[in-house]
Design a protein around this ligand. Sequence first.
Ligand code: B12
Length: 215
Amino acid sequence: MNKEQLFKIAYDSILECNEDKALQVIRDAQANNLNLIELLSMGFSAGIRELGDLFGRGEIFLPELIYSTEVMKIATAAIEANIGVSDIPKKGKMVIGTVAGDVHDIGKGIVCSLVKSNGIEVIDLGREVPALTFVEKAEEYAADFIGSSALLTTTMTEQKKIEDILRKEGLRNKYKTLVGGAPVTKRWAEKIGADAYCEDASDTVHMILGWVAKK
Ligand code: B12
């Protein structure tokens, strides 16, 4: 099977909400020496984005979205388990979470997987994380980077709260902050004073590795 066929099967497994198909295509991709991160972004993620568009147009309903989200999470976990992230020497530490009031954590999960697989230790705070917790955990774990994910226009403002707390506590220059999520933009990052906006997981890795190289 070629790459494009495998991407298509992964994409279909999300649209069809088919866990067995998702896990089988991961095994097939391994057998074909396909980069699993590529399968995640070109296959599975493309499927979840298409579902989002269908949901936005009212062509599918919330329960279907929830079931497919579960398949997406199972696929992400299976890929992470297969890329052997624990063996890689660590170059820095990042705390990351989805902001308060927001349960969307698929994209954050993908960012975590790819960042980990590039030698950065990741402390995943989960979802619906209060702004203060990002800062407290960064202090507790002596992190270098703070990443926040927001998928709703109503929760993006939580990312500004993180910046405000850092400034108020005199900690702003201690960390590099990254913001992401579908409604987030470079302009928003500049407006709130975050160090970087990253469009996707590989953009995030390039940004962080760039900072690590300059250290
Ligand atoms: C899956 C999904 C859900 C799932 C979430 C399950 C989960 N565990 O994540 C469920 C069904 C639970 C859900 C619920 C809701 N959802 Co929803 N959901 C989506 C959907 C379809 C896909 C999101 C996704 O996973 N995308 C795939 C990932 C891979 O992409 P991503 O998240 O953008 O992440 C990438 C980048 O953004 C970046 N990134 C992400 N995070 C970070 C963090 C950092 C630090 C960095 C650097 C980069 C980065 O890298 C990622 C990987 O490449 C989107 C549609 C869309 N177009 O986004 C709607 C969407 C976000 N949801 C929406 C809505 C309205 C809701 C609900 C309010 C629906 C309702 N009526 O109840 C609730 C909200 C509940 C809440 N309080 O949070 C709207 C938001 C509208 C808006 N403008 O605010 C959207 C846009 C759908 C729509 N078209 O209307 N949702």
